[in-house]
Design a protein around this ligand. Sequence first.
Ligand SMILES: [Zn+2]
Length: 116
Amino acid sequence: MNESSLSRQSADQKGSGFSVDRIDLVRTLHDLNSIELDCNKRPTELEFLRCRLRQRLPAEILAIHEKLIAEGRRSVAPRFANACTECSGEVVVAGGAKRIAGMFVQCPHCGTLLYG
Ligand SMILES: [Zn+2]
């Protein structure tokens, strides 16, 4: 845990930046998927980037991500027309449903973190 980067992050947040953070979280997960799934041998630079990206994820997201990656699957996908775009299973989300990190639902069929 890096104290100085944490305090700098919170100083950058001005309340209205929340939606930007959400997009950032999706991008971070996509980047991590590319690094962890598509490369068998990672050069040092990529390993460094991977660590930095992981530090940006909330613990509950990281735990789910690690489990899916360990199974060789992508951890994040968009939800489209009430379906998971990863496994095509139906995913209906009630309006008041609890979302992981305020934005994701986990696909009940394949476990992928879905946004949208
Ligand atoms: Zn699914």
